[in-house]
Design a binder for this molecule. Structure first.
Ligand code: ZN
Length: 373
């Protein structure tokens, strides 16, 4: 995740702090300074460190439960809305996802109950987080209860969203459950944003974050479900215009005009892909270096290849995580068999979605698919 600092490692999991978490801490600091002056602000520095510890403890509730199910947990990022432990995969077994999601808030319940029973914390209506007159133990207990309530909001990426998906998933299946949970998350985001308009502007910020997270969760799951067990050959373009490295850019322009392709694989004498030239590359090279520039010097040689029988999900990983513009699909002897781009995957996805027996995509694209049911 961008915009975050690595601050160390606990039990093999990297701890990262996102800029939004730092802003949240600064906001608490400023609020207590405004209401109680410098002393209150400094005592909240200590308070912040304890809050920080409770959030980490919450995340390790998720992390240790995930590990019990054999899921690797490379890092955890602390955000304004709590922490996000990155799990190598989300178990699609609803029972496992439920336990992993619920373990985080449960840690805060244990801390809050411990503070109340052992340290005699009082949690009443007068407990304000930015009030320096309330004892540290009371405020800490209140923070842990707040963390429980906040994380139980039924929206991704909050634990409540995952618990909701797990409960729905037991009956409806993972993909449909994600779709409904994401829709509820988007509704919750709108409600939060609306409340934020009249109260705390921080809520608007959280609402935007929740909305984006709900949308991307649904999108990722739909893509992953679609690509599972599908060979790359199912989503590749096979009627392709190709270029040769010794051709001039002038010839590439001719090819560009004859087709509607946006990406041209460059293929050597043996028929093997050696690079990629995009529409933008061709136009830029023509303008800057003239028509006789060789294709080889204008192309990008960064074109990942996959065998035709490999899984489409691998191609998606290359396109999304490695941000490749295209993936070349090759025969066992290394010759070009086809090309996969985000567009070709998108087209396949639309066709899948148009089939009556297929799953729906997220709420953003369901107009046509829903009306056919
Ligand atoms: Zn959590």
């Amino acid at each position: 995740m961008g915009w975050s600092l690595n601050i160390g490692r606990i039990a093999g999991t990297e701890i990262r702090v996102h800029i939004t978490f730092l802003l949240f801490l600064i906001w608490i600091f400023a609020a207590s300074y405004a209401s109680g002056g410098a002393d209150a602000a400094w005592s909240s520095v200590l308070f912040m460190l304890l809050v920080f510890t409770c959030v980490i403890a919450h995340e390790f509730g998720h992390i240790f439960t995930a590990r019990a199910f054999g899921v690797q947990t490379p890092d955890v990022t602390l955000l304004a809305i709590g922490g996000v432990a990155r799990l190598e995969r989300i178990p699609e077994d609803p029972g496992q996802e439920f336990l992993i999601a619920v373990a985080g808030p449960l840690v805060n319940v244990v801390i809050a109950v411990g503070l109340i029973v052992i340290a005699g914390a009082h949690v009443g209506s007068g407990t304000a987080l930015d009030n320096g007159n309330v004892s540290l133990v009371d405020r800490l207990a209140a923070v842990n209860l707040f963390l429980v309530l906040f994380n139980m909001i039924p929206a991704f990426p909050m634990d409540g969203g995952r618990i909701l998906r797990a409960l729905l998933g037991a009956r409806l299946g993972f993909v449909r459950a994600t779709e409904i949970a994401a829709l509820i998350g988007q509704v919750v985001a709108f409600a939060l944003g609306f409340i934020g308009l009249f109260s705390n502007p921080m809520l608007i910020f959280i609402a935007i974050f929740v909305y984006l997270a709900a949308t991307s969760e649904a999108h990722m799951v739909a893509l992953r479900a679609m690509s599972r067990g599908v060979p790359v050959s199912a989503a590749m373009m096979t009627r392709l215009a190709t270029l040769r490295p010794d051709e001039q850019i002038e010839q590439a322009v001719q090819t560009l005009l004859q087709t509607s392709q946006g990406e041209f694989p460059v293929v050597n004498d043996a028929g093997k892909p050696v690079g990629l030239l995009t529409r933008a590359d061709i136009i830029r090279t023509m303008k800057d270096f003239g028509p006789s520039t060789p294709v080889a010097s204008a192309m990008s040689s960064d074109l990942p290849t996959l065998g035709a029988r490999r899984c489409l999900s691998e191609a998606l990983t290359l396109l999304q995580e490695k941000t490749a513009q295209a993936v070349a699909v090759v025969e066992p002897d290394g010759r070009l068999a086809g090309l996969i781009t985000s567009e070709s995957v998108g087209e396949m996805l639309m066709l899948q979605n148009a089939r009556p027996d297929s799953f729906h995509l997220g709420p953003w694209s369901r107009t046509r698919a829903s009306s056919s049911h």
